[in-house]
Design a protein around this ligand. Sequence first.
Ligand code: MN
Length: 233
Amino acid sequence: MAFVFPPPPTVGVPVHGTSDLFAVRRIYCVGRNYAAHAREMGGDPDREPPFFFAKPTDAIVVAPNINSPARIPFPPVTKNLHHEMELVVAIGKAGADVPVDKALEHAWGYAAGLDMTRRDIQNAARDKGRPWDMGKGFDNSAPIGALYRASQIGHPSKGEIKLDVSGKTKQHANLDALIWDVAETISYLSGLVTLGVGDLIYTGTPEGVGPVVKGDTLIGHVERCGSVAIQYV
Ligand code: MN
């Protein structure tokens, strides 16, 4: 049997320091995983367990080069496109119901990423109890830098996470402020779905989210985990 159309291309994220690509399977994102951001979104960080949403795999934009930001068309419909700068975890070992003390065995690498969000659409959906998908999972909504192997950098539990928008620092925090750290996030998510090799987890954004407009350049860094760089055109 043959495919009636050619299968879609596999989405690959470059692995830093190699000519290899990491094939992306699924993209999960954590909501409200820094206390100060949970508060700025109207939540209560003390009482909310982690929750997850997903983006389509082809929302990935490979954007590792701060000297040549990936050019992205400004997305349709929204009047309030927000940046969310995040640490991304790449899963290199499948598993379900992974205990916290084994969870980092599943984290193969890390990257700097952006969970771009059509906040107006997300908030309208939230207020009506509808899905977030069109606020979160639109085309080009998941820019990511190169992947840094855990075998080389370890598993970041602290370190700077920072985003500049057109030369002004908008988000600046430390990974040690994650409410649910990487191991806890992997463990919790693996109880909801069976994690597979190639899955990415965007671990949530610190405070300071805000709007970007056409023409803005976004340069993000996560300590030891590289950069992500995009420009809206
Ligand atoms: Mn996010």
